[in-house]
Ligand binder design. Structure first.
Ligand code: SF4
Ligand code: SF4
Length: 262
């Protein structure tokens, strides 16, 4: 029970195909999480606790993409159990780095990677959770920004809209006073089309943005591709730039596929 005598919201954290990095971001927010933990009941979080209470849950956080038939069935059950469902990280919101397989025949990878490929049952594509069930909010990033995660939980608890920016990394980059690697050094950078959230980490270390947070709200990828060509990038380099962490997000997918078939 919370201090006002109401039952605490029951929170569950689910994992699908992922590296656990986004759940670790949640655990990494130790101090802030303690305050949140006092306001919620962590009913199901196998990565953090042996206590696993059955649903229904008020809030479900989902990490990971859907890659197997079992995943596709389980996400339906998860959705039925959760009043509010939030996906966290680029695996869950865009299919993740494992979506790179989506452009090839998955059986080829299975044969190369596994000693006993006959035991492997997998879907052809790695897809975001929202392609399977309705999702209430998608939190981007690889991994997610822990402060954004805490903001999301705080917003949920107080019943308000989360304050998560949808503008581009360029804004964060200028705000921290980093020198533009594209203008000053001709380095390809996905910052103009990528959603903010990382604090422009890569440009601050003189590297182009890799697009870990996926496309921003109004990503103008054709304009960026033109600019990349002006900077001397080849079709292959443009394809590789977009075919990375957020490759299956449709705006980046279109850009890489156009570069593949110019
Ligand atoms: S989004 Fe990145 S950090 Fe999060 S689970 Fe997927 S691969 Fe790991
Ligand atoms: S370095 Fe990249 S993110 Fe920063 S302002 Fe230039 S294009 Fe934008």
């Amino acid at each position: 029970m919370s201090s006002d005598g109401k039952p605490k919201p029951r929170v569950a954290v689910f994992k699908f195909a992922s590296c656990d990095g986004c759940q670790l971001s949640l655990l990494d927010a130790e101090e802030e999480l303690l305050a949140v933990a006092g306001a919620v009941e962590l009913a199901y979080f196998p990565e953090a606790s042996r206590r696993m209470l059955k649903g229904p849950y008020d809030l479900g956080l989902v990490e990971g993409s859907i890659t197997t038939h079992h995943d596709a069935e389980r996400i339906q059950q998860v959705r039925r159990q959760c009043r509010v469902l939030i996906t966290i990280g680029v695996c869950a919101t865009a299919g993740g780095i494992q979506a790179l397989r989506n452009w090839h025949e998955v059986g080829e990878f299975v044969r190369v990677v596994y000693a006993n490929p006959d035991f492997i049952r997998t879907l052809k594509l790695s897809t975001p959770v929202a392609e399977h069930v309705p999702v209430d909010f998608e939190l981007r990033g690889c991994p997610v920004n822990k402060y954004q995660l805490i903001e999301l939980l705080a917003a949920y608890l107080s019943g308000r809209k989360p304050n998560i920016p949808t503008y581009s990394v360029c804004l964060e980059c200028k705000r921290r006073g980093a020198v533009c690697v594209a203008v000053a050094g001709g380095t390809p950078c996905l910052g103009p089309v990528t959603q903010a959230g990382c604090g422009a980490l890569c440009p601050a270390y003189r590297r182009g943005c890799y697009g870990c947070f996926g496309p921003m709200e109004s990503a103008n990828t054709p304009a960026l591709v033109e600019q990349l060509r002006r900077l001397g990038s080849s079709d292959d380099e443009i394809l590789r730039a977009f075919r990375s962490f957020s490759a299956w997000a449709w705006q980046f997918r279109q850009a890489s596929e156009r570069a593949e078939r110019p």
